[in-house]
Write a protein that binds this ligand. Structure first.
Ligand code: GDP
Length: 478
């Protein structure tokens, strides 16, 4: 009993590329035409949150009972927003100020708690979900674990300071994730504020705001006075309409862990962002490699909820262990099934850890390119001087073919930083230092995440290496 990858994707009504990606997460490299065994197929089906039907012992019928994600069943869901920007530009202040604009807060009472995300209802009755951990570290950590939960990035830039190093990092991280950016020019209450300069400076980062005829929404705000917060919320809704964010609320829930902790008297607690379906008290679930049953659902004011739908963050009680941020959660029918999946994931994680050698993720990217599943080779590059950066950039652009193009996720002058490494880890990118080294913290991070840094001092050798990588090959580091 085997099934081809494309047939499996077909029956689930998922994209083949997504199934290939899911298989990669399981440590299986397969192309669209390859076949996989029944047991693996069943697990992939569960990972996508579909139901499995075995018609007979030998024939697996992957049935979409109820056509879970059919077009007709999809309904609009709230956007999920992450706030990023340079330190001290007001990310935390802005998140706090936005939270105070929640018109539903008065009704529910309760004291706000940090559970990792919160949801507000705007004056126009729109609902928006904010991830309550600002910055690109958490964002990228989640992404490197395969969880792309953010729909929109709000880039905070202080009007008195304008674009700084971490502003640029945040832009690179958002771009690498394919996340649209909305700019919030903060601290506009300050006399020395110069919001126009911010718009100007952003041009250099290829962020073209509306004033310049671009399509990036940009709003002047002040976290202190509340200026422009309504406009920012409107911009988020506008962007979210363009994205046509939809999910089926009437199916078994799945979601991603945003935060987790152990609390005295409450045991293991996790905040889950529900992505599809509706999570209810009593549901049996698997999170990461742990199974459990939802004992209670709580919102960010500590209020008990009966259920939580797509886009909603909830704290859940009833876990048997403490999951990690980025872990996936699926609701299943029976405890036996939950145990089965949990056991499988435990086994998989062991294999995965073992396989997570120095070259794991880039190798995956390369085999995807060789299999025609990936069209871009992501690259992070740092050089000693601008001149060589430009020369390398031009040469790499020329390497692009119909099938594969080089995509510079981040490039610049100076040592390789932690941000470069985390960006590369999240995107399976090749990291290149041209006449520069990595700072020690970046080296440690690279070791931890199995990111290999490739050093060069001769441009044509660097180009040759990237060329080889585009062919799906990369010789061992020399
Ligand atoms: P973060 O590091 O980006 O999270 O920045 P914070 O939210 O901690 O803010 C950094 C500093 O800027 C704090 O002293 C805030 O009080 C101040 N700040 C934040 N937003 C505003 C604002 O809109 N106007 C003014 N004048 N100060 C602000």
């Amino acid at each position: 009993d085997t099934i081809s990858v494309s047939e499996l994707a077909n029956r689930m009504a998922e994209r083949t590329a997504d199934v290939v990606k899911e298989l990669m997460k399981l440590g299986i490299m397969a192309t669209a035409t390859q076949t996989i065994d029944g047991e693996t197929a069943e697990l992939v089906v569960s990972e996508f949150g579909h139901k499995v039907q075995r018609v007979s012992e030998s024939d697996i019928e992957i049935g979409l009972t109820g056509d879970d994600d059919a077009e007709d069943n999809l309904q609009p869901r709230p956007p999920v927003v992450t706030v990023m920007g340079h330190v001290d530009h007001g990310k935390t202040s802005l998140l706090d100020a936005i939270r105070r604009t929640d018109v539903a807060a008065g009704e529910s009472g309760g004291i706000t708690q940090h559970i990792g995300a919160y949801q507000i209802t705007t004056a126009n009755k729109n609902v928006i979900t904010f991830i309550d951990t600002p910055g690109h570290e958490a964002f990228t950590e989640m992404r490197s674990r395969g969880a792309n939960i953010t729909d929109i990035v709000v880039l905070v830039v202080a009007a008195d300071d304008s674009v700084m190093a971490q502003t640029v990092e945040a832009i690179n991280h958002a771009k690498a994730a394919g996340c649209p950016v909305i700019v919030a020019v903060n601290k506009c209450d300050k006399p020395e504020a110069d919001p126009q300069r911010v718009r100007n400076d952003l041009l250099q980062q290829e962020i073209v705001t509306e004033d310049f005829g671009g399509d990036v929404l940009c709003v002047d705000v002040s976290a202190h006075t509340g200026l422009g917060l309504d406009k920012l919320e409107e911009a988020i809704m506008l962007q979210s309409e363009l994205l046509e964010l939809r999910a089926n609320p009437d199916r078994n829930a799945d979601g991603v862990v945003i935060e987790s902790k152990v609390e005295r008297g409450r045991g293991s607690v996790a905040t889950l962002l529900v992505q599809r379906g509706t999570l209810r008290q009593g549901d049996i679930f698997v999170i990461g490699a742990e199974s459990g049953r939802v004992r209670a659902l709580l919102d960010d004011r500590g209020q008990k909820l009966k259920e939580a739908g797509p886009g909603q963050p909830v704290e859940i009680l009833g876990l048997n262990g403490t999951p990690m941020a980025g872990d996936n959660c699926v609701v299943v029918e029976t405890e036996a099934r939950a145990r089965e999946i949990a056991e499988y994931r435990t086994r998989r994680n062991k294999d995965h850890d073992a396989a997570r050698g120095a070259r794991g993720s880039v190798e995956q990217m390369l085999s995807a390119i060789a299999a025609g599943e990936a069209e871009e080779l992501p690259v992070v590059i740092k050089t000693d001087v601008h001149g060589s950066l430009e020369a390398i950039r031009v040469a790499l652009e020329k390497l692009g073919t119909e099938q594969v193009k080089v995509r510079m996720l981040s490039s610049g002058v100076g040592a390789l930083s932690e941000s470069d490494i985390s960006l590369a880890a999240a995107s399976n990118a090749i990291v290149i230092g041209f006449n520069v080294r990595a700072i020690p913290q970046a080296r440690d991070l690279a070791k931890r995440d199995g990111v290999e840094i490739r050093y060069h001092s001769i441009i044509y050798e660097l180009i040759d290496e990237v060329k080889a990588a585009m062919g799906g090959l990369l010789s061992p580091d020399t």
